[in-house]
Design a protein around this ligand. Structure first.
Ligand code: NAD
Length: 357
């Protein structure tokens, strides 16, 4: 009987890219990929765990739930591997997974440039008001009032987190002629060697100097609500904030207050703390009950996208190929470079950092 992978939150593009990757793997490996993909539109949660019955692995995305009760229920159904089609793993209880003996692997670096490019595109849309110009011009309104932006050249950009994506973003900002200030408890040798900018040892010292702040750190206990009332007050009046990392980095209420008081110059978000039940689905005919999200969307200087920074052909191809290779490594008991847990010990990769959730 073929081995099954239950793929949750499977959109048409997931099916297409995973099916292509599986065909390619079968062609290349001959019999090396004797597994089937079973696609489910639904997200993984306690109520949908039974859909994984008979599967050896679940393949999940950013808004699937992998907390302790879900992992226990999956284990009881016979599932032994968790394949993340993403880089972030804040939504997986790794300690529980490790205790239960799960194999968990992510796709750590499918295209940092895709996310970095999107962050800069969001920042420039917000800064140059192209989101407003687009709507205006379509109605025959060619007036420029209200569309005034600033020149990025010579401005100071704060890059919070100089891992793969932060580094790629810093390189782009350098190309614009920006001064880059970075904050990361683990300094990047590449950032220093390429002389991309300077590190500040405290976020509180970086924020008052920056015209733009772009978040590129993972969501952990330490970074949860790293943007809050206190840090917002440290930001330069009129500064703009971009978050393509994880919604939980930002506390939304104080951001709304800082927008209302005009202290914040604008916010561009690809991620939102309460995105779980909303993003990746069409709710245009529904009444959305999240008042903070709806308030955010009323500001002319707020841009919100539905977690799409990763969404390029190159990234989806890489995600599909690496996900299947991770599973093949697990099945063949090969060392998997993307494993997040190993033999009942929390495995912290050399390029990673300790995560406790
Ligand atoms: P990475 O692991 O390469 O880099 C993260 C960096 O953040 C590391 O250098 C780490 O030291 C640093 N960091 C940790 N704690 C910090 C703190 N308190 N303050 C500042 N920096 C801190 O990860 P990456 O590949 O660059 O991805 C970053 C994040 O981007 C991921 O965790 C994920 O949440 C998010 N992401 C979003 C999308 C999207 O489509 N919107 C796609 C991919 C990744």
């Amino acid at each position: 009987m073929p081995i099954k992978i239950a793929v949750f939150s499977a959109k048409p593009y997931d099916r297409e890219f995973l099916a292509t990757a599986l065909n390619k793997k079968r062609e290349n490996d001959g019999n090396g990929a004797p597994f089937d993909l079973v696609f489910h539109d639904f997200a993984l949660g306690l109520d949908t765990v039974p859909l994984a019955r008979g599967a050896t692995a679940v393949c999940v995305f950013v808004n699937d739930v992998l907390n302790a009760p879900v992992l226990e229920a999956l284990h009881a159904e016979g599932v032994r591997a968790v394949l993340l089609r993403c880089a972030g793993f804040n939504h997986v209880d790794l300690i529980k997974a490790e205790t239960l003996g799960f194999f968990v692997a992510n796709v750590p670096s499918y295209s940092p440039e895709a996310v970095a490019e999107f962050s800069v595109a969001l920042l420039q849309t917000l800064n140059r008001r192209t989101h407003r110009a687009y709507n205006r011009v379509r109605e025959g309104n060619f007036a420029l009032d209200g569309l005034l932006g600033t020149t990025l050249h010579g401005k100071t950009v704060g890059v919070v987190g100089t891992g793969r994506i932060g580094l790629a973003a810093a390189r782009i900002f350098k190309g614009y002629g920006c001064r880059i200030l970075a904050f990361d408890p683990y300094k990047s040798n590449d950032f220093l060697a390429e002389k991309l900018g300077d590190y500040e040892d405290e976020l509180d010292n970086l924020l008052p100097q920056c015209d733009f702040v772009s978040l590129h750190c993972p969501l952990t206990k330490d970074t949860h609500h790293i943007i809050n009332e206190h840090t917002l007050a440290k930001m330069k009046p009129g500064a703009m904030l971009v978050n393509t990392s994880r919604g939980g980095l930002i506390s939304t209420k104080p951001v709304i207050a800082a927008l209302k008081s005009r202290h914040l110059g604008g916010v561009a978000l690809d991620v939102y703390e309460g995105e779980g039940g909303l993003f990746y689905n069409d709710h245009s005919g529904d009444i959305i009950e999240d008042d903070e999200l709806m308030r955010l969307m009323t500001f002319p200087n707020v841009i919100l996208c539905g977690h799409q920074a990763f969404f390029t052909v190159e990234a989806l191809t890489e995600i599909a190929n690496v996900t299947l290779q991770n599973f093949a490594d697990f099945m063949l008991s090969h060392p998997c470079p993307n494993s997040l847990v190993r033999s009942h010990k929390l495995f912290v990769r050399r390029d990673s950092y300790p995560v406790r959730i």
